[in-house]
Design a protein around this ligand. Structure first.
Ligand SMILES: Cc1cc2nc3c(=O)[nH]c(=O)nc-3n(C[C@H](O)[C@H](O)[C@H](O)COP(=O)(O)OP(=O)(O)OC[C@H]3O[C@@H](n4cnc5c(N)ncnc54)[C@H](O)[C@@H]3O)c2cc1C
Ligand SMILES: NC(=O)c1ccc[n+]([C@@H]2O[C@H](COP(=O)([O-])OP(=O)(O)OC[C@H]3O[C@@H](n4cnc5c(N)ncnc54)[C@H](O)[C@@H]3O)[C@@H](O)[C@H]2O)c1
Length: 487
């Protein structure tokens, strides 16, 4: 690190998505940026989160599609899953993406990268491997790790988490999954489709309980079809056994035997040992960094972004907020976070949602328009009609939320997120030609159904009849002649 400044314009702690985007944003604005990463740049998304999980799900979906191909008249016999090769595919996906987030790439973008553990020692300083660092501003982007519940006997079975499950080289014959949120559902279904006998044990009374009841019900039914034993409203009280297998004991006395146990019951911010007290950075009782709506912490020099803030734990949010925190810090701005956050759970069917959900929207004075995918030609052609598209709008027709459940539902969400964010009206979606036959047709059909419903209102029908009558009486006079070409 030659020509290192005495005081950095921006210190970024953590080289995951939030930290990488914060650093490159600040460097592109001309700031002298130091990024400190203790392990490897790329973070959870690349190594232990989105990328490996979606790669594993691709193999799982291929297996499920092959087994289910008979419904389309194609017999595929003897479907075999070679788990070791599945894991090779998972690792290849990581290594293909890895260079994008590498220290070399970051240096090429003007960021100085330092390997080590950053610890704040004061409001404007930190140490990294014994080296004193001073900064004008800093961004905390240290992410979160898997939360391990206080369960007697848990440590004895060496539970898997999202950090270690990728090291498996043999498919566990029986996998118990503690937690029925996005991780438990995605990986539970994925491992079941790869051939494991999976039990998902969830404390809440339904899977994916932040999503609509319909989404929960459809995902639960799909997991059960894939052979998953789903236990909801189930409290684990103890674990017995060792690294080679054991049993989960539930509060109702039931026992769930397993060869391996995967824990996915939420996250804990990585703020332990970070020196937040010395830096004057306030934490919640759970250890999340407290930020205002411009991502500033209680220390006016320090901002925070990504999972460490306890906000929505998604890569797209970490990236967008990392950029916002860095530009606010470097330019002295007070731009606020975008409250419109899309989310997708990549089960089969996928669940994609943004803004206000359907449950309770009617009682809140909003209109809910739902199209079942049994009415969507592409879904019928593919024999994948399980799912629906729901739009929620206010009295003026402005879209306030949407939920899509079905194959590749996430691919429809960009348009809907734009509509919700820009306050577009359902008429704007209805008036936009959508390609046929796509699953996106459901979005268009829901919007068209809404417009048609409005046309059926007595006042609108009366007005339209009046116009038609007037034109009939006038013999169509006043019509413009055809122009003979596009205008
Ligand atoms: C199994 C799984 C699947 C997921 N799938 C999706 C998905 O499909 N889509 C989606 O949007 N989100 C998904 N997520 C969530 C997503 O991975 C996270 O929201 C995102 O990676 C958070 O990024 P971050 O930058 O805040 O933190 P991280 O990526 O965790 O980065 C923090 C970095 O800080 C480093 N660090 C910590 N403390 C220090 C310190 N003191 N000094 C130096 N370095 C430090 C860490 O080593 C780490 O590299 C998934 C998560 C999991 C677990
Ligand atoms: N597709 C995606 O974008 C994606 C995928 C995976 C993870 N993520 C992110 O990671 C976050 C963490 O995911 P997660 O699934 O670990 O957590 P979560 O908090 O979203 O869900 C945890 C589930 O575990 C249950 N639970 C809590 N304690 C329990 C216990 N002791 N026994 C049994 N069940 C218990 C809860 O009722 C809840 O249903 C998600 O909220 C999401 O933001 C996103």
């Amino acid at each position: 690190m030659s020509r290192e400044p005495a005081v950095w314009d921006l210190l970024v702690v953590g080289g995951g998505t939030a930290g990488i985007v914060a650093s490159t944003t600040a460097a592109s604005l001309g700031a002298r940026v130091l990024l400190v990463e203790r392990e490897r740049t790329g973070g959870e998304c690349l190594y232990t989160g989105c990328v490996p999980s979606k790669a594993l799900l691709a193999s799982a979906t291929a297996a499920a599609d092959a087994r289910g191909a008979a419904r389309l008249g194609v017999d595929v016999s003897g479907v075999q899953v070679d788990f070791a090769r599945v894991m090779v595919h998972v690792k290849q996906a990581i290594s293909t993406i890895e260079p994008v987030d590498s220290p070399e790439t970051l240096r090429g973008k003007g960021v100085t990268v330092l390997s080590g553990d950053a610890v704040f020692t004061g409001p404007d300083r930190a140490t990294v491997a014994g080296r004193q660092i001073r900064f004008r501003a800093a961004v905390i982007a240290t992410g979160s790790g898997p939360r391990l519940p206080q369960l007697p006997g848990l440590a004895g079975v060496d539970p898997l988490t999202n950090e270690t499950v990728w090291d498996l080289d043999v498919l566990p014959a029986r996998l118990a999954v503690l937690g029925g949120g996005p991780i438990g559902c995605e990986l539970g279904q994925g491992f079941a489709r790869l051939g494991a006998q999976v039990t998902v044990v969830n404390a809440a009374d339904r899977l994916l309980d932040v999503e609509s009841e319909e989404a929960s019900a459809l995902v639960t039914a799909a997991l059960v079809r894939d052979g998953v034993d789903v236990r909801v409203g189930a409290e684990a009280v103890a674990v017995t056994g060792d690294r080679d297998g054991g049993e989960l004991e539930l509060a109702d006395g039931a026992r769930v035997p397993f060869d391996r146990l995967l824990v996915a019951v939420g996250r804990t911010a990585r703020t332990d040992g970070l020196g937040c007290a010395a830096a004057g950075v306030e934490l919640t009782e759970h250890g999340d960094v407290v930020v205002d709506d411009a991502l500033r912490t209680s220390n006016p020099r320090i901002w925070a972004a990504g999972d460490v803030t306890g906000g929505p734990a998604f890569t797209h949010v970490a990236g967008v907020r990392g950029s916002l925190a860095a530009s606010n810090a470097v330019l002295g701005l007070r731009r606020r976070v975008d409250p419109v956050v899309p989310r997708v759970t990549y089960t089969s069917p996928e669940v994609a949602s943004v803004g206000v959900g359907a449950d309770g929207a009617g009682e809140a004075g909003l209109t809910v328009r739902r199209i079942p995918h049994t009415e969507i030609d592409r879904a019928i052609a593919e024999d994948l009609t399980e799912g629906s598209t729901t739009l929620v709008h206010d009295r003026r027709g402005r879209l306030r939320g949407a939920t899509v459940i079905g194959p590749r539902a996430g691919e429809s969400l960009g348009e809907l997120t734009l509509a919700v964010r820009q306050g577009l009206r359902v008429q704007d979606v209805a008036g936009t030609t959508h390609p046929y036959p796509t699953y996106d047709d459901a979005v268009w059909n829901a919007a068209l159904a809404d417009v048609r419903a409005r046309l059926r209102s007595p006042a609108v029908r009366l007005a339209l009849r009046g116009v038609v009558l007037l034109r009939r009486l006038s013999g169509g006079r006043g019509d413009r002649p055809p122009s003979g070409g596009p205008r």
